[in-house]
Design a protein around this ligand. Structure first.
Ligand SMILES: [Zn+2]
Length: 576
């Protein structure tokens, strides 16, 4: 807001589009310009009020450490005078204000940086305030939300300010070890030492629309590389596409979305909800292959690819509550074919991961036909680590023709990304349940399927290679897909016989696509029953169970081996 109209009681002038807005409307829209959507900077106190349920705000004690003038620093004025001026101008002690509050009933500790106080710079005082907020979260076992706005470390405190980056990172590490959720709300601008420490260390990074987040400033970069940067460079929208932030939100939806995250990560409620759902559990799961009708493998392949089958996100909507998608692998990109997020399932917390396809060509194309890039596998890994941190079970829904076989995918390390997941999933200290809902395509499927319990829909498939791929390698003729499908043992019935899956979910008449509601009900029952079952095991038992399950694929009895080798025929060719 411009200083000229700041004093005018009735009207506000937007700095960006120059619209003159009625002040009450401006405040109602949370200081976002209703004309152009520009998010005006919010001071710390206003931010806390915007986030808190009425009457829930309780400030934490102010930090015990003051800003030290360790260097006797003087620029155009001595540091102590600069501090005194900032205090007089803002009425604040320092750049960080913190409080405990509730958002839609969920409690959290919130620390807010105020850019008006010496550019929100990170010195001893701000560092102390952040650490004391983290300690309060630890002591009260609450999530920590930090709202960032800063130019970086405070120059006037020299290397001691630099050390606040490590000091705050240590506090975030303590929250990680304690299994407490951390959320950064990145507001404009967040740069330098704040961006390169706690702001980007949080479990979830929420960007406020249009905010900029970066290490070096635009001017420095442009001078260094000698060219102009794109307009959206370093905006959270730009970073979302590149896998560095989880979501970009309008200030108006911030509270609701934070509430969803807090609910999804808060300890399980004790309502009778999941007993009720588990009552009908397991009825539709077949555990003996002899009880399943014989099938035509090629028909199964076609059914598994049917575009009317519910997609991962259809199941997310029908089976889970409070789903909040998390984006980005924080390394190399955001993969639209792999969807991950926090959710609740019949009252319990879960992490959901799966490949998303689509019902139309447009949807399929947007999701890369469910073929994930390395960034997708890395995102899945990131969210699985979060599940481990929060002690939350992992549910994966597999539906992919395979990992994306593209040039960029290879350059980004597709094979290594999948391999890392196989090892990570083996060591995860929480229950993992996988359901193959459509196509279980090769390593691209297994990359999220090293689970304690692996289930499959009756008309889904799971295979070392697509039948067409197998046919073109072994028959030298991709038209021999049906023959390859029969030979590969990829149908649910065969997979159950081989022990690759633990159970087959029977589909409603006409298949899951004909009755998605009933399918969702069966899926929910089967997953909750498996989670109830696994809930009895501790972390070591869960890892041991997974280790035994997958190590067993090497010890077949003679009768099985005879059956398998005769069907395999040639087995020295490449597949994967
Ligand atoms: Zn405007």
């Amino acid at each position: 807001m411009s200083d000229k109209v700041a004093t005018c009681p009735e009207w506000v002038l937007c700095d960006t589009c120059r619209a003159i807005v009625y002040r009450k409307r401006w405040i109602r829209s949370k200081l976002v310009c209703p004309e152009c959507g520009h998010h005006t900077m919010v001071d710390g106190e206003t931010r806390l009020e915007q986030l808190a349920d009425p009457g829930s705000l309780k400030h934490l004690d102010r930090p015990q450490r003051d800003s030290p003038d360790v260097l006797g620093f003087v620029d155009t004025m001595p540091y102590p005078r600069r501090l005194a001026e900032a205090r007089a101008k803002t009425g604040l002690e320092g750049a960080v204000t913190s409080a405990q509050l509730c958002i839609e009933g969920s409690p959290a500790v919130v620390a807010v940086m105020d850019f008006r106080f010496l550019g929100g710079s990170l010195g001893v005082h701000a560092g102390s305030a952040l650490i004391e907020a983290a300690d309060a979260a630890l002591e009260r076992r609450l999530p920590l939300i930090v709202v960032t706005a800063s130019g970086g470390a405070r120059m006037q405190e020299g290397a001691i300010a630099l050390m606040q980056m490590a000091r705050t990172s240590a506090a975030w590490e303590r929250l990680d070890s304690a299994g407490l959720l951390t959320i950064s709300v990145v507001t404009d601008p967040t740069f330098g030492g704040v961006a390169a420490s706690f702001a980007t260390l949080s479990d979830v990074i929420v960007g406020e629309m249009g905010a900029r987040l970066g290490f070096a400033g635009r001017r420095v970069i442009e001078q260094t590389i000698g060219k102009e940067l794109p307009d959206d460079f370093q905006t959270v929208e730009f970073l979302l596409e590149r896998g560095f932030v989880d979501m970009v939100l309008h200030r108006q939806s911030l509270r609701a979305e934070l509430a969803k995250l807090l609910r999804a990560a808060s300890p399980p409620d004790t309502s009778g909800e999941h007993a009720e759902v588990a009552a009908g559990a397991g009825d539709s799961v077949v555990r003996d292959s002899a009880q399943l009708p014989a099938d035509q493998p090629w028909d199964q392949v076609r059914l598994s690819r049917d575009l009317t089958r519910p997609t991962m996100l259809d199941y997310v909507n029908l089976v889970f509550d409070d789903f909040r998608e998390l984006s980005g692998d924080r390394v190399s990109g955001e993969c639209p074919a792999m969807v991950t997020g926090l959710a609740r399932l019949a009252g319990r917390r879960v992490v959901v991961i799966g490949q998303q396809k689509g019902h139309t060509l447009e949807e399929l194309s947007k999701r890369n036909f469910g073929m994930a890039y390395p960034a997708g596998y890395r995102k899945a890994a990131r969210v699985m680590r979060l599940a481990a941190k929060l002690s939350v079970p992992v549910v994966t829904l597999v539906d992919t023709p395979g990992a994306y076989p593209g040039e960029h995918a290879e350059e980004q390390g597709q094979a290594g990304a999948i391999a890392e997941n196989l090892r990570l999933m083996m060591s995860l200290p929480v229950p993992i349940v996988t359901v193959v809902t459509g196509e279980g395509g090769s390593g691209g499927a297994l990359g999220i399927a090293v689970a304690n319990r692996v289930l499959i829909w009756q008309h889904a498939t799971y295979s070392v290679i697509s039948p067409e791929g197998c046919a073109s390698i072994l028959w030298k003729d991709s038209a021999q897909g049906p023959a390859a499908a029969a030979a590969l043992g990829l149908s649910a019935r065969e997979l159950l016989r081989l022990g690759v899956v633990d159970g087959v979910l029977t589909e409603p008449d006409g298949g899951v696509g004909a009755d998605p509601m009933l399918a969702a009900e069966r899926l929910r029952s089967a997953i909750t029953a498996s989670l109830d079952d696994l809930g009895r095991l501790d972390a070591d038992q869960l890892k041991g169970d997974r280790m035994r399950r997958f190590s067993a694929f090497g010890s077949f009895d003679t009768a099985d081996m005879a059956g398998i080798t005769s069907r395999w025929g040639v087995h020295d060719e490449m597949a994967g």
